[in-house]
Write a protein that binds this ligand. Sequence first.
Ligand SMILES: Cc1cc2nc3c(=O)[nH]c(=O)nc-3n(C[C@H](O)[C@H](O)[C@H](O)COP(=O)(O)OP(=O)(O)OC[C@H]3O[C@@H](n4cnc5c(N)ncnc54)[C@H](O)[C@@H]3O)c2cc1C
Length: 411
Amino acid sequence: MQHVVIIGASLAGLNAAETLRAEGYAGRITMVGEEPEDPYDRPPLSKQMLTGEWDADRLPLRSPGELADLNLDLRTGCRAVGLNAADRVLRFDRRESLEFDGLIIATGARPISLPFGNDLEGVHTLRSQDDALRIRGELETSQRVAVIGAGFIGAEVASSSRARGLDVTMIEALSAPMLGPLGEELAEWAKTLHTDAGVRMRFNARVADLLGDGRVEAVLLEDGSRIEADTVVVGIGVRPNVEWLADSGLTIGDGVICDQYCRAAPMIYAAGDVARWPNGLFAHFRYANPQRTMRIEHWTNAVEQGMAAARNLLLESRDEPLEAFAPVPYFWSDQHGLSIMASGITSPRDEFRLVHGTLESNRFAAIYGLRGYLTGVVAVGWPRMLRRYQAMIRDQVTWEEALETAAEIER
Ligand SMILES: Cc1cc2nc3c(=O)[nH]c(=O)nc-3n(C[C@H](O)[C@H](O)[C@H](O)COP(=O)(O)OP(=O)(O)OC[C@H]3O[C@@H](n4cnc5c(N)ncnc54)[C@H](O)[C@@H]3O)c2cc1C
């Protein structure tokens, strides 16, 4: 293998490049990214960047020296527009093409927009450094912020906006914030957390339109009510960046469909928010969808999967056996001074138990079970508990065993 191309110059792509070098690959690496910046970190975009605690100079994932040491041909501001997987050729927006021996697809995801109101000033989605800088600029002069969507990004934007003392309304189609990933018990807790922090919330509310003349003035709900706002942030989910692969010959669904090794085709791998693969750790029961695949939109997975994809590409190039990628997924979210940490699968679930602490104290651990197994854990203010149950999920313990351990810890 003489030339590896990585498409997507962000978290997963960077970790793939570093792993190739760390594992001794000395050939050519080209890393191509659509954004103009060198790889930078996204979690602070909804947190420290919006509160104003950080400036953009703290976002780069690596220093220029560290990037130089990787000896990459890093092409920023360049978009891949096509792939021929059989011939191993990529096409770019600047009409050039590139041949490769190995490819890692790490093109991530982008926010879903509302079907209206996008031309109005003051309406934003949040994914990039530019988005964060624009929103921050608006928060500096805004009084009233409306956040559409009470998922993790929306909840963090609401939290950061409240930290600036702004009047914030969070609008959500479901009955509570983060209901899908947390389940109804903890979503109710999250509702209290946001209410106590002064966030106004509208649940079971559907947005009918964004109103304004040039600049947004209000959010119109389907029930006819108006929520006045001079800044609107839409956080209603993301879509994987796969359109450029439509004619590639790869299998594309909700993400690049891979096998358990993160391989989409011979010598072609995918990693991070764009990759969908069967996580063998959860193969002992059905989860999420009949194909038993998952696509994860979180930081730690982008790191680990970028590394795993690179390692397997190297193994394949040497005709050595590949290693299945079977992590216990993990993520955190910072809201109103608390860190919500979650690991494993929390949805779907047929068991839920608050095993340690109390919701009132904002320090607790709760576990989730499916088909007789422990599958997920959420912890607030208690990272040690999170790690403990995360290890049990890795060991595939049963729900009963998990409850016994919880009782022992409490004794
Ligand atoms: C505001 C925000 C806050 C977050 N907070 C948390 C958090 O608290 N905890 C957590 O666990 N996770 C968090 N995340 C999620 C985490 O940042 C992502 O999971 C991670 O960035 C995924 O990395 P990635 O490399 O797979 O994709 P991305 O970071 O999306 O990078 C993909 C890159 O590929 C580029 N690209 C796309 N298409 C092309 C193309 N055709 N050609 C060339 N380049 C292309 C994109 O421009 C982008 O630079 C947050 C995300 C956001 C946006």
